[in-house]
Design a protein around this ligand. Structure first.
Ligand code: SF4
Length: 650
């Protein structure tokens, strides 16, 4: 089962809660559960809101919250909906059946009412499962058994672990959805009960593992830590549970709250990436696997059609005056090796900017439509090119010939993203993706700094020959590699100014690179973000840099890291530079775009159809299954080729 994908398991899992959890993992590409063990409601909610975008599950101990009230539960549930994660109250029930029924359903906390899953010790015997299932099953909840624990000297070993496996396998209600354990106990011959049937052995039981740390091995109080790779890749766990490793900054007295929250966000992203990469490594995923997740009905050829027109930044059709402000980007001629980039507007400039009305509604509609459509950036964007599942690197060994360490793999990812960004200017995503793929397969040790430095220019040129300005980019790429080696210790620098000092790297690339490294210091504004922001009336600006500064002045920080990808996908398919599909645009239909234009019948027929992830396509006349549209297209093509009937000669 460890080799099955989360998608495959979600599709067939009998427990509704497990299915929901697996779907959340797939959708968020995160097998991270954050354990938030703090004693103040405000801290708990703030941490959860911060880590929410990066997790599929949040684990709580509400009984340690000193100011617990029902408002906490309501706010926590609202965050669970906002960020699409499930809640796991780590209650560790351990009493007889009747008592745990009451503890689960009643009392101050009424856990069953809001916590998607909970857990229990099997100390009282299988009756505890029946007692909890009586409450949880009608509510479609799930239960984890504590088969193993991560603390030193734990008694949850040997026969006790086996008893947990047996109880889970024999649970006919399917209320037990898995274990808290250190490895796949139910697939371990040492713990499979002798009388287990094949059906029982084939049960899909999830394994969630605590005691995960990237930087430490123990806490001095008995907790022992392993890395995400050890837990997910080596031991086959389905989720990593991480606590203080993510939010320790919030417990430190000397750190400002904003700075602490920024660190929490960075750590959550870091653990999410590590957990997900370990999962992909376990699967041995091939580079193009992600496209199947989308269920993409469109062929590459059809997708490529969305890019056949020359992209030009369009001026705003109906700009909203209240957002117009003359912005000085601070850019100017400079001979300094480190460029100074203006990071934000001055207080004076900020005062002149007005937050556009209804932007939240427009943004929500755009996100909704983005979630439904197939876009090139989702599978071929620069950040995707360096990801484990898109890497085609041969060998992947460190300089010493040994398997690449986590640190080297992370360096390679950062470097690949930077090279992808550099190649992507004036180039379509599929072409960039193809060039990166060639570099990953042609270079001796895949695409990494050492390999690139050792590769002659003509080989690099052959690999990137289809990207725009490939000769100049070959020069830039080589110089950047040399600079990283000589000035940045072989790694990608971590400030916008340093990134912009690299040849061929501008602010857009720098901010996107920073975002990809978990450093949210600004928005990556490209032609799509610039064009759409102006069309929506969110700003009235002449250059992408002005747009960035304007947006950053009012758009909530948590959206700075995601808005680029949202708008790029939207701009590739719906709000395209020439001939935007206002007729299909959710924002336009809701009258939240001042640039909405009616699409006339003639041009509608010529425009590129929109493909949806559910296997339908809209060519401007409503959504139909792709096969049906292809039949219509074929019939129309055939009809247009029919020879004209000769007039009868009377
Ligand atoms: S209505 Fe038209 S111009 Fe406005 S966002 Fe939608 S597609 Fe773009």
């Amino acid at each position: 089962m460890a080799q099955a994908t989360y998608e495959e398991r979600a599709a067939r899992h009998p427990n509704a809660c497990a299915k929901q959890l697996l779907n959340a993992i797939v959708e968020k590409q995160s097998n991270l559960c954050v354990s938030v063990d703090v004693t103040r409601k405000e801290d708990l909610l703030e941490i959860v809101d911060t880590v929410g975008p990066f997790v599929a599950l949040v684990k709580t101990h509400v009984d340690i919250v000193e100011d617990f009230d029902w408002d906490l539960i309501e706010q926590l549930s609202a965050l669970s909906i906002k960020h699409k994660f499930l809640i796991f109250e780590d209650r560790k029930f351990a009493d007889i059946g009747n008592t745990v029924s009451l503890q689960y359903s009643s009392g101050v906390h009424r856990i069953a009412h809001w916590s998607h899953l909970t857990n229990a010790h099997l100390i009282p015997g299988p009756g505890i499962i029946a007692g909890l299932a009586a409450v949880g099953t009608p509510l479609q909840r799930g239960l984890l058994l504590l088969a193993e624990m991560s603390t030193k000297g734990s008694l949850t070993t040997g026969a006790y672990t086996t008893a947990n496996v047996q109880a889970a396998m024999e649970d006919d209600s399917d209320f037990v959805m898995g274990f808290i354990a250190m490895h796949r106990v139910h697939e371990d011959p040492a713990h499979i009960p002798p009388g287990a049937t094949d059906a029982q052995k084939a049960k899909d039981l999830l394994v969630l593992t605590p005691g995960v740390g990237l930087d430490v091995q123990g806490d001095g109080k008995g907790q022992q830590y392993r890395t995400p790779h050890q837990v997910v890749h080596d031991s086959g766990s389905d989720m990593i549970i991480v606590g203080r490793g993510i939010y320790s900054a919030m417990l430190s007295k000397g750190i400002e709250r904003d700075e602490a929250l920024a660190q929490v966000r960075t750590q959550a992203q870091r653990y999410r990436d590590a957990g997900w990469q370990a999962y992909l490594a376990r699967l041995g995923t091939q580079p193009r696997r992600r496209s199947s997740r989308l269920g993409a009905p469109a062929t590459p050829t059809r997708l490529a059609h969305t890019h056949t027109k020359r992209e030009r930044a369009s001026p705003p059709a109906q700009p909203a005056d209240e957002t117009h402000v003359e912005i000085d980007t601070g850019a100017g001629p400079s001979d300094s090796p480190v460029k100074k980039i203006k990071m934000e507007l001055t207080e004076d400039e900020k005062r002149k900017v007005k937050v556009p009305k209804h932007w939240r509604e427009a943004y929500a509609l755009m996100v909704q439509q983005r979630d439904e459509i197939v876009t090139p950036v989702d599978t071929m964007g620069c950040e995707e090119n360096g990801r484990e599942d898109r890497r085609a690197d041969r060998g992947r060994r460190g300089v010493d010939g040994q398997h690449e360490s986590e640190e080297d793999a992370a360096k390679r990812l950062r470097f690949t993203t930077l090279i992808s960004l550099m190649l992507s200017s004036q180039t379509k995503d599929p072409v960039t993706a193809d060039a990166v793929y060639r570099l990953q397969t042609r270079l001796d040790n895949g695409l990494c700094l050492a390999s690139l430095l050792a590769t002659p220019d003509d080989v690099i040129q052959e690999c990137i020959a289809k990207v725009g300005f490939f000769r100049r980019k070959t020069e830039y790429v080589r110089r950047v590699a040399e600079i990283l080696r000589d000035r940045f210790d072989g790694d990608v620098p971590r400030t916008v100014d340093e990134l912009c000092s690299l040849p061929g790297v501008g602010p857009k690339m720098a901010f996107l690179q920073m975002q990809s490294m978990g450093l949210n210091v600004g928005i990556g504004v490209d032609t799509h973000v610039h064009r759409i922001s102006n069309r929506l009336g969110w700003c009235r600006t002449k250059t992408p840099e002005q747009t960035r500064l304007a947006l950053q002045s009012w758009l909530p920080t948590e959206l700075h890291g995601v808005i680029n990808k949202q708008m790029v996908g939207f701009g590739q398919v719906i709000c395209v530079p020439v001939g935007p599909r206002c007729d299909l645009c959710y924002v336009g239909k809701a009258r939240r775009c001042p640039s909405y234009k009616k699409v006339d019948e003639k041009s509608r027929a010529k425009r590129v159809p929109i493909y949806y992830k559910d296997g339908t396509v809209d060519a401007g006349y409503g959504r139909v299954p792709v096969a049906k549209q292809e039949a219509i297209d074929a019939a129309e093509a055939e009809a247009s080729e029919e020879p004209k009937q000769e007039p009868l000669d009377w």
